[in-house]
Design a protein. Structure first.
Length: 248
């Protein structure tokens, strides 16, 4: 069953159609990669999903419900979460404090009878468990500003996961990370998401990472869906080779 579906989703900036009548679906638990040349409309597409941008036409259906113009936080509360957006890593808090604050903000939003006292211990336990699952527990008490860039990206995903997403969106989760560390990051994310129901939609330029970590791939070009299929089908497609992989 699909957790998210778009119907003829379209975004125009003046005369430019950045996202052009996109029909797309992602199932529960699925891990889907989005590829496309610069300017293809990938970021605009995910901004329409998360509510950062309002669609010109078309709709986003999440968990069986049309989202209309629901704002970013409402969507996040429903389980449509974009990492590096909500919640944000706070540099002068420790890793544990960062993840705890994400757990607490979730509870505060979801529970009108929320009592911070009741959650004092529970949030700590849950945060620690999350840090463990992402391999960050050994540094639970160090400040976030002191950890390497790649670990910070993992911390950000860890905090997003604390929101209990049904769909987590990642825009280039390994950008700015040395090639050697990209696999390390993706492995840790994969290990976590293999064990959950959460679907993951990630934009990625590195075709090797797409091939290895995506279960399905959506290729975009000029705001449109070029092809949607298994990594093999998509990466071997002639237009994808020419337009996205830079082969003649
Ligand atoms: N806020 C905006 N205003 C005007 N044009 C935009 C805006 N955001 C993106 N665009 C344009 O929309 C197109 C798609 O951009 P984008 O979604 O960022 O592509 P991608 O993420 O695939 O590189 C590009 O031509 C870009 O210049
Ligand atoms: Mg982009």
């Amino acid at each position: 069953m699909s957790v998210l579906e778009t119907k003829q989703l379209t975004k125009q900036f003046g005369k430019l159609t950045a996202v052009d009548r996109m029909d797309f679906e992602i199932d529960r638990g699925e891990i889907v990669g989005i590829i496309g040349p610069n300017g293809a409309g990938k970021t605009t597409f995910v901004n329409l999903l998360t509510g950062v941008l309002e669609a010109t036409e078309g709709e986003v259906i999440f968990d069986g419900e049309s989202l209309g113009n629901a704002p970013v936080h409402d969507r996040a509360n429903k389980g449509l979460v974009r990492s590096f957006q909500i919640p944000r890593v706070c540099d002068d808090l420790t890793l544990l404090e960062n993840v705890r604050s994400a757990v607490l903000s979730r509870e505060r939003r979801n529970n009108s009878l929320f009592s911070i006292l009741h959650w004092e211990d529970e949030s700590r336990e849950e945060a620690l468990e999350l840090l463990e699952r992402f391999g960050l527990a050994d540094r639970q008490n160090v400040e976030a500003e002191t950890i390497p860039h790649g670990d910070k990206k993992i911390l950000d995903v860890c905090m997003s996961v604390a929101m209990r997403p049904k769909l987590l969106i990642l825009d280039e989760p390994t950008s700015g990370v040395a090639t050697d560390n990209k696999h390390e990051i993706m492995n840790r994310l994969q290990r976590y998401f293999e064990t959950t129901d959460s679907a993951v939609l990630f934009i990625e330029h590195d075709m090797e990472l797409i091939e290895q970590y995506a279960e399905r791939v959506l290729a975009m070009d000029q705001g449109q869906k070029l092809i949607d299929g298994t990594p093999q089908e998509v990466l071997e497609d002639e237009t994808v080779k020419r337009r996205i992989r830079g082969e003649e």
